[in-house]
Ligand binder design. Structure first.
Ligand SMILES: [Zn+2]
Length: 427
């Protein structure tokens, strides 16, 4: 609510009444026609969700070593510290979201297990990570473990690139011609990612993935029988985020903002505001895609104790999206996926005092995605009340500015044929 003193905020949360489908006595808005209502200025939105995705988390060295066959890393002129992890958590707490930290884990290797996976690092079989073994690992691991609701660990990679004979090519999972690395290597890199997580008790294997250097093929690449998404799916990953513009075989994507690759939803990252080495970033450019993509240095400060000054700039930049009728910040990546498919495919129609939902296109998607629920926003000139039929209003809140903006969190009822929201005027 900071910085909004000129506005009057009315916030309330209403628990869904049991049997919400039973209609009470209500005064009907008789002047309502359809679509946009003239006198009440009524407008219905299924807002586009915005998910924050932060790349290249996990390095301890900030050095860009690409000129001497070490990885690109984050390119900053200091080492990373646990406060850089706390910065992600603080961003999440301030906005009520769960940012995705697309993580690189080679510099977390306490036991030099990566010497057995020479394609994963610049040292190959002579891998020695002792330089980066210290208390900071435990401190950062504790931050990740204790703040799971504001930090989603997303698979990015082990060493970010792919090494053969002492030299790397881009990138770890897919080469620069769009061909996935040999499946046996992909499997090994995933095995070792999991083993590195276990060294630090970082939790269960992630459900999300961001390909390094955005080298990725949608569906199988040339010469490969299986897609990377299929290999990830076997590990429980059900969501990939990457820019469609640079994705190989992007013509196979079924919908504008997302597609399903062997049932793994793949969502467009769009274009980041900042290059990966902008340190720090001061965001101002309007978001045009559902992903707010950035790299770790963009949200950190050269002096780690001042990280929160940069985080605050991102908070100030992102918070107003929750107050726009047509957009919202996704609370986590699961809600993000659900909301995005509803935003893209679910239709609403305003008929009299009814908002009528048509889920027929959404329900054709795999994995029951979209079956849980969605958020709608209703903008009106006058206050209104909501009741539901065939769907549950889990909670609602409203903001009064020049108009009223109601946000309704809806939960779908299994096997319900149709869903309606019934509007009534409060005064
Ligand atoms: Zn990266």
């Amino acid at each position: 609510m900071t910085g909004s003193s000129r506005r009057k905020f009315v916030k309330k949360t209403v628990k869904a009444a049991a049997g919400a489908s039973i209609l009470g006595n209500m005064q009907i808005i008789s002047s309502c026609t359809s679509g946009k209502n003239a006198s009440d200025g009524l407008e219905i939105f299924i807002p586009m969700p915005v998910q924050v995705v932060i790349d290249d988390v996990g390095w301890w060295s900030g050095t860009d070593g690409s000129e001497w066959q070490e990885p690109y890393r984050t390119g900053i002129n200091r080492n990373h510290v646990p406060a850089d992890y706390q910065a992600i958590v603080e961003l999440g707490k301030s906005l009520g979201i769960r940012p995705q930290a697309a993580t690189i884990l080679c510099e977390w290797d306490k036991y030099n297990i990566l010497s057995q996976l020479p394609t994963s690092t610049w040292m190959g079989e002579k891998w020695d990570n002792s330089k980066w073994v210290g208390d900071w690992l435990d401190e950062a691991a504790e931050i990740i473990r204790n703040n799971k609701e504001h930090f989603e660990l997303t698979v990015h990679g082990i060493g970010h690139e792919y090494w053969e004979n002492g030299a790397f090519t881009r990138a770890e999972w897919t080469d620069s011609n769009g061909q996935m690395r040999p499946a046996v290597q992909v499997e090994l890199h995933l095995d070792y990612f999991e083993r590195l997580m276990k060294q630090h008790n970082l939790g269960s294997f992630p459900k999300s993935f961001v390909p390094t250097a955005f080298r990725h093929s949608f569906g199988p690449s040339e010469g490969r029988k299986i897609s990377l998404a299929s290999l990830l799916r076997k590990r429980g990953i059900n969501y990939i985020n990457s820019p469609f513009e640079s994705m190989y075989n992007s013509h196979r994507i079924q919908h504008k903002l997302f597609g399903f690759d062997d049932d793994v939803i793949t969502i467009d990252r769009g274009k980041d505001e900042f290059p990966w080495l902008t340190f720090p970033g001061n965001p101002s450019k309007g978001l045009t895609s559902p992903t707010c993509g950035l790299h770790w240095p963009n949200m950190l400060h050269p002096e780690p104790e001042r990280n929160l000054e940069v985080v605050q700039k991102w908070v100030n930049y992102l918070k107003p999206y929750n107050e726009k009728p047509e957009m919202m910040l996704a609370p986590d990546s699961f809600c993000f996926q659900q909301q995005l498919v509803h935003h893209s495919l679910t239709k609403t129609e305003l008929k009299g005092n009814l908002i009528i939902f048509d889920f027929s296109e959404t329900d054709k998607l795999p994995n029951r995605i979209g079956k849980e629920g969605l958020i709608i926003k209703v903008q009106t000139n006058k206050p209104v009340q909501f009741k539901s039929n065939g769907i549950i209003i889990e909670s609602q809140s409203s903001v009064q500015n020049e108009k009223y903006l109601f946000t309704l969190k809806l939960r779908r009822i299994a096997n319900s044929k149709g869903a309606q929201i019934i509007l009534s005027r409060l005064m």
